[in-house]
Design a protein around this ligand. Sequence first.
Ligand SMILES: [Zn+2]
Length: 383
Amino acid sequence: FVFTMATVEELKLRVRELENELIKCKQKQYHVTFMLLMSKCELVYFLTLICMNFVLQMFVQKIRTFTVAVVGVGGVGSVTAEMLTRCGIGKLLLFDYDKVELANMNRLFFQPHQAGLSKVEAAEHTLRNINPDVSFETHNYNITTMENFTHFMDRISHGGLEEGKPVDLVLSCVDNFEARMAINTACNELGQIWMESGVSENAVSGHIQLIIPGETACFACAPPLVVAANIDEKTLKREGVCAASLPTTMGVVAGLLVQNVLKYLLKFGTVSYYLGYNAMQDFFPTMAMKANPQCNDRYCRRQQEEYKKQEAERPKVKVVEVEEEVVHEDNEWGIELVSEVTDAELQAASGSVPDLPEGITVAYTIPAKVSVVYSVKDIYSNV
Ligand SMILES: [Zn+2]
């Protein structure tokens, strides 16, 4: 037989469809067995849970309409993809050029028997088994080479759930500066909103960042340490020298990232512009950074002009904004934490307080009076 490219692709698609049908059939079977095994009491409890989860169900219905691209399917990216798959995201685009290695088994998600497979292939297989309703598109290549970069841009702008539409969000889960810059360049040019994530080489801190081209600082606006200090990253990252990695830190960062993704896509809570995580002191700094008018990326500057125009055209709403000046005290991070939410918002976020016996409080309820400014120095001066 001589297959043309089109027929091979068609056959692959058909095989995928049939595999998905098979997984769905198997899952239906599990559900029936599960219901039969439950006692009447358990069934009542189960049904109550279903009612309570009605609001959550609404979210589930909504999330099915979104497409997210995950660039880098390593320690953070694979867990991120799994969480989104389990939440029922509509479509996932996975980009990674690497293979699964036995040496990385201290991280989550991949399994020893997958060693040698491409990360995107192994991930798609696992994720499709977890949730066959999610559409997957995988690209086993390095986005930083010229040809792949063009293809990457094309898929970001056309690879949505409905072919031809852009994706809703791009997530950077890569471990190097070059790849971050490539994502930054692509997203600035396309005006694509994306989120950055990172874990430090000593594995005890990390961060997530929301980047809205033209509005918030892009990756080139606020130069990261390696650029500021003018150190070549290649000399920092030597061949064969593996950076420390902890599944805990990576799991926390992936959790923070996906939480922010859900809040952003489903429009609930406060979406973080920047959220840091320092594992040594359990310190979570937040901040918002405006785009730099002198940014080196010309598309960033162009997006800033666009944003300014849009802001000027927007009808003025009379809101008295009190701008608080953030004082940078002399602490290790040069950052002071300022509570950014109002009392009313805090109340709304914590919900109604249940009627509890005296002396018992709910651990996650925010206390009635919150002092506004916490200084890092205050918190740690007595330690
Ligand atoms: Zn910029």
